[in-house]
Design a protein around this ligand. Structure first.
Ligand SMILES: [Zn+2]
Length: 321
């Protein structure tokens, strides 16, 4: 009751300039306006086009796109919307930045200049003097897991007709900046960095895929919201970055039946200066005992590689030749 009263009082206040109505915005992309089951939760669907379903809840900083979690820069709001007739109704709002940089690229057509990628640069994380995360119990380093996954992914992508390069072919150290420079050197159309995760809490599990944070927004891995927000060279590819990251996360979560930790945003060194769209996969937690047991198996790493290849194919297939 209190919430309903507060909403009515707020009915006179205009929508903040940096926000847009979620339902109205998605209606332009073919989604039917929501009829919320309860205030603060909206489910928007369209009959044609993929993705076809968006689920959103007030105060949440993630949104579900065809059931896959996608992080937002600002939490969704709930405001009273005036209708031509009848009383104001509470409806969700989304920040303009999240609409422009996340929802529109994912739900609308690609930028007109975008072309189907042909040449892919795979970046196995760490190497040489830098082992990355380590599993003491199974005596396995992240640098080994990423290189093994990269080789499997490379074979699958070559079979699918892509030209594939790797930032390292063996157990050697490569500077982070040199990994991004390599993308320009080989004229890559897509950069795919492979990593495995670790956390202090042994229960943490699941898969997350990162792409570069848009200019003016805070990164998902910056909970203090104090980091720099300036535009970076890699931001030229914002629309394709999120499309590629989404398709890879979607394939991984679906194929591996893994916990979905979402498409996330970060200004990682190897993503900042990329000359092409790029993403970074965290394919599971080495600090989680059961997840690490799976990661230690070749068959599981083959499934991870196959899912990433499927995601890349889905991303590529939606772009014109
Ligand atoms: Zn790593």
């Amino acid at each position: 009751m209190l919430r309903a009263a507060a909403l009515l009082l707020a009915a006179l206040a205009p929508l903040a300039a940096q926000d847009v109505w979620l339902g109205d915005s998605l209606a332009r992309l073919g989604f039917a306006n929501p009829t919320p089951a309860r205030p603060g939760e909206e489910r928007l669907a369209r009959a044609k086009g993929s993705p076809a379903l968006v689920e959103a809840a007030r105060d949440s900083d993630t949104i579900l796109v065809d059931g896959i979690r996608v992080s937002l820069n600002a939490p969704l709001g709930l405001r009273p919307m005036r209708l031509p007739t009848g009383p104001a109704v509470p409806r969700l709002t989304v920040s303009r930045g999240d609409y422009d940089k996340t929802l529109a690229p994912l739900l609308w057509s690609a930028p007109p200049e975008a072309r189907r990628p042909r040449r892919i640069l795979i970046d196995p994380g760490h190497g040489g003097k830098d082992p990355g995360k380590q599993s003491k119990e199974l005596r396995m380093d992240e640098k080994y897991l990423t290189l093994d996954t990269a080789r499997r992914l490379a074979a699958l992508l070559r079979d699918a007709g892509f030209e594939v390069h790797l930032t390292r072919e063996k157990d050697v150290f490569v500077e982070l900046e040199d990994r991004a420079k390599r993308a320009a050197a080989v004229k890559a159309d897509l950069f795919v960095s492979l990593h495995y995760n670790a956390a202090a809490a042994p229960s943490a599990s699941g898969i997350e895929t990162y792409c570069l944070t848009p200019a003016g927004q805070f990164s998902t891995n910056d909970p203090s919201n104090r980091g720099a927000t300036a535009a970076l060279p890699g931001n030229r590819h914002d629309a394709l970055n999120v499309r590629a990251a989404y398709q890879v996360q979607r394939a991984l979560v679906t194929r591996l039946e893994a916990r979905d930790r979402g498409v996330r945003r970060a200004r990682f060194s190897m993503l900042k200066d990329l000359s092409c769209p790029g993403l970074l996969v965290e394919g599971g937690f080495m600090s989680n005992r059961s997840e690490m047991l799976r990661l230690s198996q070749e068959s599981h790493r083959q499934r991870i590689a196959a899912a990433i290849a499927e995601g890349i194919a889905a991303y590529a297939g939606a772009l014109p030749r």
